[in-house]
Ligand binder design. Structure first.
Ligand SMILES: Cc1cc2nc3c(=O)[nH]c(=O)nc-3n(C[C@H](O)[C@H](O)[C@H](O)COP(=O)(O)OP(=O)(O)OC[C@H]3O[C@@H](n4cnc5c(N)ncnc54)[C@H](O)[C@@H]3O)c2cc1C
Length: 384
């Protein structure tokens, strides 16, 4: 087992994660290669009365790690049991690896928008995936969890009992999606929001969708025709045939997108639907769950997080409903129908970004049914 103390070569590299806005200085980093290393790290922490933190990819960091940080980035093992349609993923595995491995057997997991996100951290937060409206949350489909308890002994679950070293979860017979994105120019944003909201009213649960308002920077890395524009990006992941998909998206297409990437795609390409930036950066994010999106609420959202907003913000509205209606998760009521999520790079400083997000969410508060902790980024939940 490798360990790193502050100042030692490799210490900073081991701590570095996708979220660069949370800087940690733990007393010891345990670079775990397997469950025994995790157990040794946890026992060391217990013996020295130190807190334990865990980090896989660092997508979900909120508070600086203290005490002993168990780094699981080396525990990337993934295996598939096609007979049972079950995957086993070690603590550091990412969705991209599971998606690829499952696809070899004609199966798919309940993964989310970004292949780089860690399986365990995602599942611990519930797991809102591309297919979630049809199959439910990832956490509802966990078959078993291998966990190291706070005294350093290994046990079989539950998920929140300690440090998870591996998970077994169900896979589903999905090989392709009709999916991709429709990108609309700035002048159409208000129209797109209203049309998308109306479109989602009776959408079958075989369709997962969100709409994102994205201020694309004026940089060569951004392809034309999106470069330098504030874009409304409708994302679609639909089970079923291309013909069904085409029929369903017709009212959105009629609005005249700048760019249209909807097509039948292998599930292994599903990360292209949201096309989120894969590079580490510093970001702050918060969200609210809402039962409805009345016109005045969409206007508020546009004022605070649309073109001309004081702080550049990626604003994402996800459709919930479908199988999510039956989930027993704390964040949900049967009325939970949409999330409104804000995500900003930390510029010029965290306080300015947090103040801008607070102004966006204050008018949403009275009708909100809660907040999904998975989509709170770069800040402690209690202070959010
Ligand atoms: C670009 C992006 C896209 C995302 N897309 C989705 C999405 O589509 N759906 C969705 O539901 N969520 C999504 N998320 C949120 C994501 O699921 C959470 O941020 C999750 O916590 C990330 O887990 P991680 O292991 O990658 O990150 P890490 O920061 O390494 O871990 C996050 C936290 O999980 C806990 N943790 C991690 N591993 C263990 C372990 N082995 N044992 C115990 N606790 C552990 C720790 O508390 C840790 O601080 C997205 C996040 C980003 C940044």
């Amino acid at each position: 087992m490798q360990t790193f103390a502050p100042g030692q070569d490799g210490y900073r590299e081991e701590i570095a994660g996708f979220q660069t806005g949370v800087q940690s200085t733990p007393q010891l980093v345990v670079a775990a290669a397997d469950a025994d290393d995790v157990a040794a790290g946890v026992r060391y922490a217990a013996a020295h009365d130190l807190p334990v933190s865990v980090q896989a990819t660092g997508h979900g960091l909120r508070t600086p790690a203290e005490g002993v940080l168990i780094s699981t980035r080396r525990m990337t093992g993934v295996s598939i049991d096609p007979e049972r349609a079950v995957a086993r993923a070690e603590a550091g595995a990412t969705w991209g690896t599971v998606v690829e491995a499952a696809a070899e057997h004609g199966l798919a997991p309940l993964s989310g928008s970004a292949p780089g996100v860690g399986v365990v951290g995602y599942t611990l937060g519930g797991g809102f995936g591309l297919l979630g409206r049809h199959f439910g949350q990832a956490s509802e489909h966990v078959r078993s969890a291998e966990v190291v308890l706070p005294d350093g002994t290994a046990a079989g679950g539950p998920l929140d009992a300690g440090v998870v070293t591996a998970l077994e979860f169900s896979l589903f017979p999905v090989t392709t999606l009709y999916g991709g994105g429709l990108y609309f120019d700035t002048a159409k944003i208000a129209d797109v929001l209203c049309t998308w909201r109306d479109w989602t009213a009776d959408l079958p649960d075989t369709v997962g969708t969100s709409v994102a308002l994205v201020p694309y920077p004026n940089l060569p890395v951004v392809p034309e025709p999106l470069r330098g524009k504030h874009i409304a990006h409708v994302r679609v992941a639909s089970l079923g045939s291309a013909a069904q998909g085409e029929r369903l998206v017709a009212p959105l297409r009629a609005l005249g997108p700048l760019q249209d990437t909807l097509s039948t795609m292998p599930f292994t390409d599903s990360g292209k639907i949201a096309a989120e930036p894969p590079h580490p950066h510093a970001y702050l994010g918060d969200n609210r769950v809402l039962p409805a999106l009345p016109d005045e609420l969409l206007t508020t959202v546009l004022d605070h997080a649309g073109p001309g907003a004081p702080v550049p913000t990626v604003l994402i509205i996800d459709l919930l409903g479908g199988a999510y209606r039956h989930t027993t998760a704390a964040d949900f009521t049967p009325d939970s129908r949409y999330t409104v999520r804000a995500l900003s790079v930390v510029e010029p400083d965290p306080a300015t970004v947090q103040a801008a997000h607070a102004k966006l969410f204050a008018p949403l508060e009275p009708s909100s049914t809660g907040r999904l902790r998975s989509f709170v980024y770069g800040r402690p939940l209690a202070r959010a």
